[in-house]
Design a protein around this ligand. Structure first.
Ligand SMILES: [Zn+2]
Length: 95
């Protein structure tokens, strides 16, 4: 579907004219850099670092079974791997 839309002039939040050729650009160069620095500064703040350090490590969603085990178990039940997983049996196998 080809759209022959006339490019609309878009402006950055600071009022700078943005290039019309790339609709993904929503900030001018200066604002983009400023935002990036703000982001870095936020992550550098001691509070954020402290919170990150104190935060419990996220439990990894490690599979209860390896694929080989699933295949073996599924085969033993006469199911395909897909059927086995679709029934959620790979999650309950080990409790
Ligand atoms: Zn700007």
């Amino acid at each position: 579907m080809a759209t022959t839309k006339k490019p609309v002039k878009r402006y950055c939040q600071c009022g700078a004219l943005l290039p019309a050729d790339n609709p993904r650009v929503i900030l001018c160069e200066a604002c983009r850099k400023r935002k990036l620095e703000e982001k870095y500064a936020a992550n550098k703040s001691p509070y954020v670092q402290d919170a990150a350090r104190r935060a419990k490590p996220k439990p990894k969603s490690a599979p209860a079974m390896t694929i080989a085990e699933v295949v073996r178990a599924a085969d033993a039940m006469g199911l395909s791997y897909g059927q086995f997983v679709a029934r959620g049996l790979d999650k309950v196998w080990r409790g």
